[in-house]
Design a protein around this ligand. Structure first.
Ligand SMILES: Nc1ncnc2c1ncn2[C@@H]1O[C@H](COP(=O)(O)OP(=O)(O)OP(=O)(O)O)[C@@H](O)[C@H]1O
Length: 229
């Protein structure tokens, strides 16, 4: 099996009068279809690492390979295209656009990629919303949904362009335990039944227990001995 996402010696330093090192020499390889949780204390650099892996941020040094392609020479347009084609993102806050319907939120990335016409984009959006159990909400607006429903719509949107990898930053952080459990099961099924690679930052121990592998981050580095307390 080849790694779908690989990082070598990633370092991210925020420049400034007093430079801050967010990520210190992280190397890892993630295989197709793995469900991975990144865990660790608050402020240890988990989100910073996820942003580097998701090509949302550029390392100070070190390299990231996505689907076998080395990304360090890429400019902002190349990075944006790779994100749109190959990656899906889910954050703690849903970031749905308030003035767009649920369906339009989901079809927006499809229309940006431009591979489907409007009616196929709509059909795909409805299929995804159906799969996530929120198709009845498709004509509604985000403020009319519960927190759990909004997060499911956000996952549908992240899947819009059939990404190889879903990256999630505290996807259950704003949810009650029942909705969090549903979202956790959805992400697990995406990896184990649909073959997606799922990489999630979480503080949620039951979420992490569902993962195939847990990566501990302490003080910006991988810490093999890290255990949730
Ligand atoms: N733009 C920034 N400017 C200054 N400090 C920053 C910036 N971004 C992150 N940091 C600091 O870098 C460290 C790592 O942040 P990061 O968000 O990656 O940690 P985290 O492990 O995801 O934290 P949490 O679990 O609390 O979300 C933290 O101490 C944070 O305060």
């Amino acid at each position: 099996m080849s790694a779908v996402l690989r990082a070598e010696h990633l370092v991210r330093i925020l420049p400034g009068e007093v430079p801050v090192t967010l990520v210190k020499d992280v190397s890892l390889a993630i295989e197709h279809g793995e469900f991975i949780c990144i865990m660790g204390p608050s402020g240890s650099g988990k989100s910073s690492l996820l942003y580097l892996l998701g090509l949302l941020d550029v390392p100070t040094s070190g390299r990231v390979w996505l689907d076998g392609e080395e990304t360090s020479g890429y400019g902002e347009d190349d990075l944006a295209n790779r994100r749109l084609e190959k990656l899906g993102f889910v954050f703690q806050f849903h970031f749905l656009l308030a003035e767009f319907s649920v369906l339009d939120n989901v079809t927006l990335p499809i229309r940006r990629l431009g591979r489907l016409d409007a009616s196929d984009a709509r059909a795909r959006g409805l299929t995804l919303l159906d799969r996530l159990g929120v198709v009845e909400q498709s004509a509604k607006y985000p403020h009319q949904l519960s927190g759990g429903q909004r997060q499911r719509v956000a996952i549908a949107r992240a899947l819009a362009n059939d990404p190889l990898i879903l990256l999630a930053d505290e996807p259950t952080g704003n949810l009650d335990s029942a909705s969090g459990g549903t979202v956790r099961q959805i992400l697990k099924d995406l990896a184990h039944e649909m073959g997606k690679t799922v990489v999630a930052v979480t503080h949620d121990a039951s979420f992490a227990a569902a993962a195939d592998r847990r990566i501990g981050i302490v003080d910006g580095r991988i810490d093999a001995d890290w255990r949730a307390v």
